[in-house]
Design a binder for this molecule. Structure first.
Ligand code: NIG
Ligand code: FE
Length: 436
């Protein structure tokens, strides 16, 4: 298939972008992409590629921006139930960490998720994944963390793997058994930390290696919520150190509400990313910027909680760090499936340019889940994960918000067209007639 005549083809070629390189879109005007067997075979001008491949089935992208699919590197998209009642309490002034300390918050979703079968968990999650995909996310990280005991944590992991296998949205799993102190360990966080290290992490490692389908995949990430009322710095260190010994790549939630030093801990342990980073100190920013740990900002979280402070993203970029963006899609702080909205918010609240936000949501987001060799840019050899936007210029991303600018999503070379909030598969020729 030859996608041609794009008003702007955003290739994002050249690898992850740190510091002042952030925002290098590497645009080809009147651009074209040749897709073969689910991969990108060639990228160039429409003139050249149409001359070289005259008989290729064509998809006319005239008047449209063509770009890599969004990568969403931090989600809690698998859960049961909702927390609508807590939203009203929070808007009336209740604090997120107070609700958590009182047994609500994450633990209210834990109670619901423990009761859910794998089938019902998948049924509840599928519409969220469908919306993410319709809004242009072609790869997303997905965390466990609403089980907080081995059996439910494993069920969540199995749901993530089954939803990934069903597609089209590709999921990259993270084990987040250290998301909160479960109710049966209330006031005994150290006992739960010890259980995670002695039993739960080794159990997940053993299970992963014992399944024919997972043994061949990269190990999941292990993540910790390093926060007041969750895991303190010493407990976070203990869990991540054990995870590293077992071979897991690391992530952590740091500085969402309080600065405990999590970002610097992540850098010290070689974490792939440190996420949230709202209350991050100047010393933590320096530590991040002198490392390859990606700073993942989640602007929907302060927005969702109606808080005024956001990630010091420009400082991180000015210090030469790697910055990525994610939705944090979860039932408590940020039920948002749209990376387009994340970009719009990042332009306003983090003061990124649209080009910086786009790079942070594609190639740098791919780097934040260490999939930058396969997704996040349009370069020969990479997976053919692309978006066709119904706008002629990339600045419409960021500038506009609340509606869907994605006309077609292409995942591994398969074209999906918008029908309202849903998408349907088709060939290039039939797909191009379906309007939003
Ligand atoms: O990233 N901070 C911890 N985890 C989520 C919230 C999860 C929840 O409230 O259910 C976050 O904001
Ligand atoms: Fe999170």
């Amino acid at each position: 298939m030859l996608i041609h005549s794009a008003s702007q083809l955003l290739t994002l070629q050249g690898g992850p972008q740190r510091g002042s390189a952030l925002g290098t879109l590497a645009i080809i005007e009147d651009g074209a992409v040749l897709v073969r067997d689910g991969s990108i075979a060639e990228v160039g001008s429409s003139n050249d590629l149409r001359r070289l491949h005259p008989d290729e089935p064509a998809l006319d992208a005239a008047g449209c921006v063509v770009m890599p699919g969004f990568v969403d590197p931090h989600t809690h998209v698998v859960w049961s139930g909702d927390r609508a009642a807590e939203f009203e309490m929070k808007m009336a002034g209740a604090k997120y960490l107070d609700i958590l300390a009182a047994g609500g918050g994450i633990n209210s979703t834990v109670r619901r998720t423990r009761l859910a079968t794998i089938e019902s968990l998948m049924d509840e999650t599928r519409p969220r994944l469908a919306r993410m995909f319709a809004y242009g996310t072609t790869t997303a990280e997905a965390k466990t963390g609403y089980g907080l005991e081995s059996e439910t944590e494993l069920r969540m992991l199995q749901a993530i793997l089954a939803l990934d296998a069903a597609g089209p949205l590709e999921l990259v799993p993270t084990f987040l058994g250290a998301h909160a102190i479960p109710p049966e360990f209330k006031d005994r966080p150290q006992a739960y930390t010890d259980l995670l290290c002695a039993e739960m992490l080794p159990f997940i490692r053993q299970w992963w290696g014992s399944q024919p389908s997972t043994a061949v995949r990269p190990l999941p990430f292990v993540d910790v919520f390093c926060e007041t009322g969750a895991f303190d710095l010493a407990q976070s260190r203990q869990i991540l150190t054990k995870a590293r010994e077992l071979g897991f790549p690391l992530k952590l939630h740091a500085d969402e509400f309080d600065n405990l030093g999590g970002a610097s801990l992540g850098v010290e342990l070689g974490a792939v990313s440190a996420d949230h980073l709202v209350k991050t100190s100047a010393a933590d920013i320096q530590a991040l910027a002198s490392s390859d740990t990606v700073a993942v900002s989640l602007p929907c979280t302060p927005f969702g909680l109606a808080e005024s402070q956001y990630t010091p993203a420009r400082e991180i970029v000015a210090a030469d760090g790697y910055l990525a963006l994610a939705s944090d899609c979860n039932p408590g702080t940020a039920w948002c499936e749209s990376m387009q909205f994340v970009i719009a918010l990042a332009c306003r609240a983090l003061k990124l340019t649209p080009a910086q936000a786009i790079a942070a949501a594609t190639i740098n987001a791919a780097y934040a889940i260490r999939r930058q060799d396969r997704v996040g840019s349009l370069e020969p050899g990479k997976q053919a994960d692309l978006l066709i936007l119904s706008v002629p210029d990339y600045h419409h991303l960021g500038y506009r918000f609340g509606t869907n600018l994605v006309k077609q999503v292409i995942k591994r070379g398969q074209v999906y067209s918008q029908q309202g909030d849903a998408v349907s598969a088709g060939t290039p020729n039939e797909a191009k007639d379906v309007s939003i």
